[in-house]
Design a protein around this ligand. Structure first.
Ligand code: DGL
Length: 266
């Protein structure tokens, strides 16, 4: 079916999910909304995030007639996916959650660090996920206030300082008994600090994000509803609220594509 897939985040973080979506679904069109004018979500009231998720979904449906929606943001998924699914029962909606399940499966030491926004960690959805994995591993949760904003603004010095602060606060990292051997990147912005994080935590620690599982889940959902496209001349549109600086730089840097960007007032 030749309608685009809508993808959104508070800013550029969701591009880490879009990278995986493009690899998994190369014949699809995408419309991406970077809600930079209303970021960061992770340090705002859930009511604010719900209102933004509703406004963006409405925009993507009305203006772009999307066939499915990927909420490329852990914070917005935790706050709003259940409401959006309830309000838009005819729209397939795929969300992101921190990769705790694969981490529990693959960890040898069974000690797993989770970096996420305060809002994600506080959410009922995340707490339920933790409870469902009780007994399988120990999760050490680290709220990373300011990190998404620093990545968004491209402030490398601040990104480095915050990554240093949070990885040392989380505890001993490594592959030995009692050490954290997997660090879950529970915010879609954090994969863009992967190099800094990996050099801080060392090669024995695996960094786990949610890009590939979300992309695979999106394929499964589209396949099940016969919504997959198969055209070669795909198109991408990047929309933003607020400032254009981060989305311009990020699409070129992270996706290696120069494509139209459009300011939207929603
Ligand atoms: N990228 C978002 C997430 O996955 C949130 C970043 C923000 O705080 O706006 O949680």
């Amino acid at each position: 079916m030749h309608a685009p897939i809508g993808v959104f985040d508070s800013g550029i973080g969701g591009l880490s999910i879009l990278q995986a979506l493009r690899a998994e679904l190369p014949f699809e069109d995408f419309v991406y909304v970077a809600d930079s004018g209303h970021a960061p979500y992770g340090e705002r009231d859930p009511a604010h995030v719900i209102a933004r998720a509703r406004a963006i979904t409405r925009y993507l449906r009305d203006q772009h007639h999307i066939k499915a929606l990927v909420i490329a943001c852990n914070t917005a998924t935790a706050a709003a996916i259940h409401l959006l699914r309830h309000e838009q029962p005819d729209l397939p909606i795929i969300g992101v959650e921190p990769a705790l399940k694969p981490a529990a499966l693959h960890s040898q030491t069974k000690r797993i660090g989770v970096m996420a926004t305060q809002s994600t960690l506080d959410s009922e959805k995340f707490q339920a996920l933790l409870t469902s994995l009780k007994g399988q591993a120990e999760f050490i949760c680290q709220p990373c206030s300011g990190l998404a904003a620093a990545i968004e603004s491209g402030d490398a010095g601040r990104v480095q300082a915050l990554c240093t602060q949070y990885t040392s606060a989380i505890g001993k990292l490594g592959a030995e008994t009692g050490e954290i051997d997997i660090l879950v990147l529970g915010c879609t912005h954090y994969p863009f600090a992967r190099d800094q994080l990996q050099s801080l935590v060392g090669g024995a620690v695996t960094l786990l994000d949610s890009g590939t599982p979300v992309a695979r889940q999106t394929r499964r959902v589209l396949e099940a509803q016969s919504l997959l496209a198969n055209k070669f001349d795909t198109s991408h549109l990047f929309c933003y609220t607020g400032n254009s600086d981060s989305i311009h730089g990020a699409t070129k840097r992270w996706l290696n594509i120069k494509t139209p960007t459009q300011y939207i007032n929603i």
